[in-house]
Design a protein around this ligand. Structure first.
Ligand code: RFL
Ligand code: PHB
Length: 390
């Protein structure tokens, strides 16, 4: 039987960040991941990091390339009713945000794991967790058809929304809160310069649009689509035409188009599982909560969970007892619910829901209020740059 201090299920950003921070504090971990390293590193997802996440990556010692390649943004633009209004984060919330692709972060974390020499098992089949309600948790899985068993002190469930950890908790002990939105996001990645220096969030009668980026030469654009839409329905040409329609003319004029290098549709949901601790099992990141991408909070929430958990584990192994471990769920959830509220609010403000003209008028009134009120814009800025990590 193999043994470690912390068994980490899932090698996404949550699992690898946690493993790296524990490693730097002399705590052993084993990471068990269902997919191959190549698969995990090819997934195209988040692009925007709060300063708290960047600070944590420094603490983990994995921020060297990020510091060389990142783009720093001082604000965003809101487009609505043919207008363009800038929200200045630096002036309103004294903070900036960082553009750095999750794909790149995933590679940096993967390299750091290999360099640390700490064990990581990709391609694990039939992963199962046992005994976390008692004192002797265990993980079992199949590696190349051979059954493996790992004994540990704690299990970190970093295995995303569809993982095995949350699903292993008896239903009487866990509560789920969920909202599913009646639309999705169609995203494309293209090797073209971004339409503007900062991100543009557009409320348009035909639906929401977002102009984001990965670098000065690579753009990431999203369009609100229906749940019935399929990627095959959207040629590159149709995507670019629709994006131009949803942007104010002064921005649409500067749009550079080109062939897409990725195109996908993601459904939107809000989801929170409570609590986030069950005996010796801790849920972390998407395994415990999902936000719609409108506020760019998913990856940042995962980082905030990791920060609370790794500090509690460091304190425990220093001999400081379990107080911080006991506080994990409550502290993480306070921040999770605030980000859930913000993501829900920003989604509701920016998307087209139905043909209800009254709702659209209310959205435009609120956007007009945001554009004219420093107090309202400050509330947006504070939440967007990220609430305090603790
Ligand atoms: P992940 O990244 O899903 O990783 C979980 C890992 O666990 C593995 N796994 C298992 N391993 C072993 N056994 C099992 N039974 C397993 N089941 C699953 C999986 O293969 C995977 O490797 O969760 P994690 O680490 O908590 O990280 C969360 C973030 O990935 C996620 O919140 C963000 O990508 C969300 N998100 C965004 N977040 C931001 O902060 N800013 C953004 O700009 C942003 N944009 C986005 C996004 C997510 C998107 N999609 C497609 C969901 C844009 C999009 C389009
Ligand atoms: C992205 O670049 O993928 C991105 C940026 C901001 C968001 C969502 C996604 O709100």
């Amino acid at each position: 039987m193999q043994r470690t201090q912390v068994a980490i299920i899932g090698a996404g950003p949550s699992g690898l960040m946690l493993g790296q921070l524990l490693h730097r504090h002399g705590i052993d971990s084993v990471v068990i991941e269902r997919q191959s390293r190549e698969y995990v590193e090819a997934r195209i997802r988040a692009g925007l990091l709060e300063q708290g996440t960047v600070d944590l990556l420094h603490e983990a010692g994995v921020a060297a390339r990020l510091e060389r390649e990142k783009l720093v943004h001082d604000g965003i633009e809101l487009a609505f009713d043919g207008r363009l209004h800038r929200v200045d984060f630096k002036a309103l919330a004294h903070e900036t945000v960082t553009i750095y692709g999750q794909t790149e972060l995933q590679k940096d974390l993967g390299d750091a794991r290999v360099a640390s020499g700490a064990p990581i098992h990709h391609g694990a089949g039939e992963v199962a967790i046992h005994g976390f309600d008692g004192g002797r948790p265990r993980v079992s899985w199949l590696q190349d058809g051979v059954r493996q068993e790992l004994e540990c002190d704690f299990i970190a469930g970093c295995d995303g929304f569809h993982g095995v950890c949350r699903a292993s908790v008896p239903s009487a002990e866990i509560q789920h809160h969920e909202r599913v939105y009646p639309f999705g996001w169609l995203g494309i990645l293209a090797e073209v310069p971004p339409v503007a220096d900062e991100l543009i969030y557009a409320n348009h009668q035909r639906g929401f649009a977002l102009c984001s980026m990965r670098s000065r030469t690579r753009s990431r654009y999203y369009l609100q689509c229906t749940l019935a839409d399929r990627v095959e329905d959207w040629s590159d040409e149709r995507f670019w035409e629709e994006l131009a329609i949803r942007l104010p003319a002064e921005r649409a004029r500067g749009l550079v188009t080109g062939p897409s290098i990725e195109k996908s549709i993601a459904p939107l949901r809000s989801f929170v599982a409570e609590p986030m601790r069950f005996g010796r099992l801790f849920l972390v990141g998407d395994a415990a909560h999902i936000v719609p991408p409108t506020g760019a909070k998913g990856l940042n929430l995962a980082a905030a969970d990791v920060r609370v958990l790794y500090r509690a584990l460091v304190e425990f192994y220093r001999g400081g007892g379990e107080t911080l471990l006991d506080e994990y769920s409550g502290r993480a959830l306070r921040r999770v619910w605030k980000a859930t509220r913000f993501s829900w609010w920003f989604t509701t403000l920016m998307h087209r829901f139905d043909d209800d003209a009254f709702s659209h008028k209310l959205q435009l009134a609120e956007l007009d209020y945001l554009a004219g009120s420093r107090a309202a814009a400050t509330a947006l800025a504070e939440n967007y740059v990220g609430l305090p990590f603790d």
